[in-house]
Design a protein around this ligand. Structure first.
Ligand code: BGC
Length: 392
């Protein structure tokens, strides 16, 4: 990870041009490099044109593939994971994330399918927050509130890409200018996607600013581990390692309370199907139209640890989510309504995908008791999440 430690200025000078993309041709058993773990150097990365945005910017796709056949396609528009292919228990490799085949569709309308979300993942009440007595106003793009970075958040910008061949990684960079979408400070962000040979997709986020600001980045993939997007995700068994969750009002802004999950439909400490309690009579489920809440993860300040798992019994696919974040949003596709076209044909119906978004809590800038999302000049925001796939 030495490359990540280089100063951002060097990176800016060196990397904002196109890179020579090489498909690594190392063969199994090639032991030319002692220090490079075999697991990393077997990953191949290829580049292709994906499309051109409405305002004429070229968008590329990068496909990372490991020796197990796991394959991830990421585009420079929004840093979107457009497909993620993993084996089922019979070894059949299928796509497990919702998305679109074309850039035009992502530009036209997407509920953040597979995207990098920033500067602030989740909601900020009334689109307002203050830092040192200065009030900032953001777009209110979700009812009365701000959601996922505003009108043109990190999900809708074109990132610069650099292939880190030796790491099996794709490094995306974006400079969000001072007051872009109403946020203070020039915020330089690097997101590095790494595919490992043990079928994990790691996402490492780093940001720096030149003015006090807020930041809360996340990844917004919609998973359907069955590989069949015409099926709902209600059978998927979810575990969330959290003793409490964050109740919200009708506009999905935290009330400020942290509520114990015990004896509520929000208790996922032991894995249970998403559909088991989703329709029970419960005010919080009414507010979210299902699960659309942030959980207060256990073992905070312990660095990366297991935060959640998802299991689809029929395919045998099992996903573990590791992160150093204090919270995780489980969103069960309650707003999918059969209007958006599926890449498998037809449309995405109600609850055919779920998101597990690692993050700080919603509306943290206005909730003094919540862990801070403030970033000062001279500090580096760093956070890591890993989605690891296996079968059982
Ligand atoms: C939010 C949902 C929202 C979805 C897509 C999720 O992160 O929690 O309320 O509908 O993103 O827009």
């Amino acid at each position: 990870m030495n490359v990540l430690k280089r100063s951002f200025y060097c990176m800016t000078l060196l990397s904002f041009a196109y890179f020579n993309i090489q498909c690594k041709g190392e063969k199994k058993g090639d032991n030319t490099s002692e220090e490079m773990p075999q697991s990393k150097k077997m990953v191949t990365i290829s580049k292709a044109a994906f499309g051109v945005t409405a305002d004429s910017v070229q968008v590329d796709s990068y496909t990372l593939k490991n020796q197990q056949g796991m394959e991830v396609q990421i585009i420079t528009y929004g840093g979107i994971i457009t497909s993620l292919k993993v084996p089922n228990k019979a070894g059949v490799i299928e796509d497990v994330v919702l998305g679109y085949p074309t850039l035009a569709q992502y530009e036209k309308s997407s509920p953040y399918f597979g995207a990098l979300v920033g500067r602030y993942g989740n909601r900020i009440a009334k689109g307002k927050f203050s830092l040192d007595g200065t009030e900032y106003t953001l777009a209110t793009n979700n009812g009365p509130n701000h959601l996922h970075g505003g009108e043109k958040g990190f999900d809708k910008v074109v990132w610069s890409a650099e292939v880190l061949d030796d790491e099996g990684a794709l490094k995306l960079s974006y400079l969000s200018k001072d007051m872009e979408e109403g946020y203070p400070g020039n915020l330089k962000t690097i997101v590095t996607y790494t595919l490992t040979e043990d079928n994990a997709l790691e996402v490492f986020y780093e940001s720096t600013t030149d003015k006090k600001t807020i930041v809360n980045l996340t990844q917004h993939s919609y998973f359907n581990l069955s590989g069949d997007f015409s099926k709902t995700i209600l059978d998927h068994e979810i575990m969330i390692n959290a003793d409490a969750f964050i109740p919200v009002d009708k506009t999905l802004i935290p009330t400020g309370e942290l509520k114990e999950v015990a004896n509520t439909p929000f208790d996922f400490r032991t894995a249970k199907p998403i559909g088991q309690d989703i329709d029970v009579e419960n005010d919080q489920l009414k507010n979210g139209l299902g699960y659309d809440h942030c959980w207060v993860l256990n073992n905070q300040n312990q660095g990366i640890r297991l935060t959640a798992t998802a299991f689809d019994k029929a395919s045998g696919r099992f996903m573990e989510v590791f992160s150093d974040e204090p919270g995780i949003q489980l969103y069960t596709g309650n707003f999918l309504d059969g209007t958006l076209p599926s890449k498998q044909g037809g449309t995405y119906a109600y609850r055919t995908g779920f998101c597990l978004e690692t993050q700080h809590y919603p509306d943290s800038p206005n909730q003094k008791e919540f862990p801070s999302v403030v970033l000062n000049p001279g500090e580096t925001y760093k956070t890591k999440t890993s989605f690891k796939f296996s079968t059982k």
